[in-house]
Design a protein. Structure first.
Length: 436
């Protein structure tokens, strides 16, 4: 048989010429998929163990393969492993190094397996571990919100709609709202962790394999609930990647909303919060500036996470079954969203735990803007029996009166309010103060 020395040794038996330099660049994914080396080695060890159990390879061959893979893991950990773009990806880099170590026995590792099911399995394992990591980080930030909810349970601030003062609430309630938003994010991650936990390994390229493999064994060995039942779906499905991107983008969006509020609250015009120096930056020209850049970066990274979701869905939207090389574009956005969200969760926790909340300024702001007007309208309904629309109209007239006089609602005279509705009594003052 002709030895085509210029072709790729892993797959190039059919090829006489080696790939062009540009083809190598566009084809290589080792620059980013080397992050999955732990998952690739674990998957290969499980596969080799199963092959020996099923007597597809000998136990001695499996021992050589497993020992070699463990040595490769040590090399990667210590930084002694050379990643080569010419070998395309993490899977072929590891297999090539294994062949250097143990010889031709290494070639038996790929029996009853394709890179298609191998990469799908590695990617699922990586994403599953990232999901559990994020659940822990979300819970850690929730603890911070719990503490702020308790600490500021009685500290009054204005609640806003349309960024206009609406009704008085407490800072504790405001912080607790974000706890609940994160709780839904956590719930989505937990649901996803269940849905993702089916193993593609054993699907081979797309149609399974004639070898008597045990897919249940490898699935269990790798921590999955079981194998994916359809082999075409197993190698081509990337909805789990899109779902991970949606969940992380949604969580980032929730953090971005809080970041926006922190940015607004930190302005002198609001003065609700002061970030510590550790979470602020200065200006190269304006010495008085203290910029909430950590919050701004959390807000900014949300756009990047949203973009990664759109990128993934665009890649997937026209792909026929089963595997297509387009799917090489699935990993970078997932890795990027994990990195970005992890950073944002930690930054938000650091900002909030070291921030100073100016509760006096919040109270003063709540006393401006007639935030007790709704309570006044409700009093007119409950005590005078007015239809709400009539009470709403009367309250609007009273607010206009206070605005013209330049005073708060609880600073109006009873006679002023009785000019709008004579039935109003002195009891009205029980609901006009934000503290009451």
């Amino acid at each position: 048989m002709k030895d085509n020395k210029n072709s790729n040794k892993m797959w190039g038996g059919r090829f006489e010429d080696k790939p062009s330099d540009i083809m190598e660049q566009i084809n290589a994914s080792i620059g980013f998929d080397k992050r999955m080396w732990r998952q690739d080695i674990r998957g290969s060890i499980a596969h080799a163990t199963m092959l020996a159990q099923q007597e597809i390879i000998t136990k001695d061959e499996a021992v050589q393969i497993v020992n070699g893979l463990n040595k490769i893991a040590e090399e990667i950990k210590s930084g002694d492993f050379e990643f080569k773009a010419s070998l395309e990806d993490i899977h072929m880099n590891i297999e090539s190094r294994l062949r250097d170590m143990i010889g031709d026995v290494a070639g038996k590792l790929h029996t009853a397996r394709s890179r298609n099911d191998q990469v799908a399995t590695d990617f699922k394992m990586w994403t599953r571990e990232a999901t559990h990591d994020l659940i822990g980080q979300v819970e850690s930030l929730q603890i911070t919100f719990d503490a702020l909810t308790t600490k500021h349970g009685n500290d009054i601030m204005p609640g806003f709609t349309h960024l206009q003062a609406a009704q008085p609430i407490t800072l504790g309630i405001h912080m607790n709202a974000y706890w609940h938003m994160l709780e839904r994010d956590k719930s989505r991650l937990q649901d996803f962790a269940v849905r993702i936990n089916k193993c593609p390994l054993g699907a081979a390229a797309l149609a399974g394999t004639p070898y008597p493999i045990d897919r249940d064994f490898t699935a269990k060995k790798l921590g999955f609930d079981g194998p994916m039942p359809n082999t075409l779906d197993a190698v081509s499905a990337r909805d789990f990647a899109a779902e991970f991107l949606y969940i992380t983008a949604q969580c980032g969006l929730n953090l971005s909303r809080l970041a926006e509020e922190i940015i607004i609250w930190a302005t002198p015009q609001f003065g609700f919060i002061q970030l510590s120096d550790s979470w602020s930056t200065g200006s190269s020209i304006m010495p008085q500036k203290k910029n909430p850049d950590a919050a701004e970066l959390v807000r900014g990274k949300t756009g990047r996470m949203n973009g990664n979701l759109v990128q993934m869905m665009t890649v997937l939207k026209g792909l026929p079954l089963a595997y297509n090389k387009d799917l090489q574009e699935d990993k970078e956005p997932v890795f990027d969203n994990f990195d970005a969200l992890s950073l944002c969760l930690q930054a938000m926790k650091g900002m909030l735990e070291s921030a100073t909340f100016h509760t006096d300024a919040m109270l003063n702001s709540a006393e401006m803007g007639y935030t007790t007007a709704t309570a006044l309208a409700d009093w007119l309904v409950m005590n005078l029996g007015l239809p709400f629309r009539d009470a709403h109209h009367a309250t609007g007239a009273i607010v206009k009166m206070a605005e013209d006089k330049g005073c708060k609602l609880d600073e109006l005279d009873l006679a002023d309010m009785q000019a709008v509705n004579p039935a109003i009594t002195n009891e009205i003052f029980n609901v006009l103060s934000v503290k009451k």
